[in-house]
Design a protein around this ligand. Structure first.
Ligand SMILES: *[C@@H]1O[C@H](CO)[C@@H](O)[C@H](O)[C@H]1NC(C)=O
Ligand SMILES: *[C@@H]1O[C@H](CO)[C@@H](O)[C@H](O)[C@H]1NC(C)=O
Length: 350
């Protein structure tokens, strides 16, 4: 309610309502994903050293990153303010329930962030971290809350057949792992553009036709429609909540943020402080929005793309998995940007 008081013209009110009709915002009509980063010394929400289970690829401080200013930014929506994440309240709300992230290593990134945010809120509460095949489960035993991760890079199936590994755009058998989970947060994109030795399939199949390859953006859209069909057929919106994590951007080309000399995110210590990204949004964002907008049982888009595009400073760069011999401008340091994704998620489910 509060932000309406500040909107001083009927025109802007009307505009907000029009936008609300098209994109997903918060319940009170403020677009949480339009905003800017502001320095706030009360952030980060937890100290990386207080989260003992962060994987090496996101442990930037442990891997030698010295600058810390990047951890002190808070996302400030233009027309309202976010409610600060309250881990205890989150755990109480999900008592006896389960949450699952499904997707690639960006889902791993967000899952680890959420478990750190929750653990640091209740540091003495018992937890149990286990993994069976591709599913990791972080259980907060005193709250009977499970925060799970299903590593599944395409959502649709890759099946070993006589001819080789087939990426099946219209098959989503792994969906059986997702049934009955109270909150699902999906993600897929980064692996759709893989070619060469790290491409984990040999053929691509759709509508009974097998091909060696096809336009990857088109394949992505077909697969997302398969996923949307799964949600429409299997989710009970009165009981379950479904989110799509949105496209998490990389920073390998400084021209896109107005720094032509930068070839990557290395040495970036500050975000872009404006409200727009000079290089525009990746085209995959339109595909995601198109698919979500025509779902019968709508999934909410956790629209992290713009706010993450502004964070060229948030990646592990040379403080990731392979240290100074590697370069990671795709994942995000923890504490860091994915904490904001989770704070936004929190604001959408309050
Ligand atoms: C932790 O989870 C595993 C696998 O589900 C289970 O076997 C074990 O009993 C759990 N430990 C505790 C302390 O609950
Ligand atoms: C970086 O982006 C600019 C603007 O889109 C483009 O012209 C250029 O080719 C890109 N550079 C690389 C190395 O991809």
């Amino acid at each position: 309610m509060g932000h309406w008081v500040h909107s001083n013209s009927i025109v802007s009110l009307y505009f907000c309502v029009m936008v609300l009709a098209v994109v997903c915002c918060s319940a009170n009509g403020c677009d949480l994903f339009a905003g800017k980063w502001v320095l706030d010394p009360s952030y980060p929400l937890y100290s990386a050293s207080a989260c003992p289970f962060i994987q090496k690829e996101f442990s930037c401080q442990k891997n030698g990153r010295q600058d810390l200013v990047y951890t002190h930014y808070r996302w400030q929506p233009l027309d309202c303010s976010l409610t600060r994440f309250d881990g205890l309240k989150f755990l109480e709300k999900f008592r006896g329930k389960s949450i699952m992230f499904i997707g690639d290593s960006l889902s791993l990134n967000q899952w680890q962030s959420l478990t750190c945010m929750l653990h640091s809120a209740v540091p003495t509460a018992r937890y149990n971290l286990t993994r069976v095949n591709y599913v990791s489960t972080f259980a907060f035993l005193d709250f009977e809350v499970k925060v799970m991760l299903d590593r599944n890079v395409y959502l649709v199936d890759v099946v070993m057949e006589r001819i080789g590994r087939v990426l099946k755009l219209d098959s989503i058998q792994s969906g059986k792992l997702w049934i009955g989970i109270d909150m699902l947060i999906f993600n897929t994109w980064h692996w759709w553009n893989r070619h060469g030795p790290t491409q984990p399939w040999d053929f691509i199949e759709y509508g009974g036709v097998i091909k060696k390859d096809m336009d990857r953006m088109q394949a992505f859209e077909i697969a997302l429609n398969t996923w949307a069909g799964w949600v429409d057929a299997n989710v009970d919106p009165s009981r379950d909540q479904v989110f799509f994590q949105g496209i998490s951007p990389s920073h390998y080309n400084g021209t896109l943020w107005g720094e032509a000399k930068a070839k990557s995110c290395v040495g970036q210590k500050q975000p872009l402080l404006g409200t727009t990204y000079p290089g525009g949004l990746p085209p995959a964002v339109d595909v995601v929005k198109r698919v979500i907008n025509k779902m019968k049982k709508p999934a909410k888009l956790l629209d992290v793309t713009l706010l993450s595009l502004l964070r060229k400073d948030g990646h592990p760069s040379i403080y990731g998995l392979s240290g100074s011999t590697g370069l990671d401008c795709s994942h995000w340091c923890l504490a860091g940007v994915p904490d904001t994704w989770n704070e936004l998620l929190y604001n959408l489910i309050l």
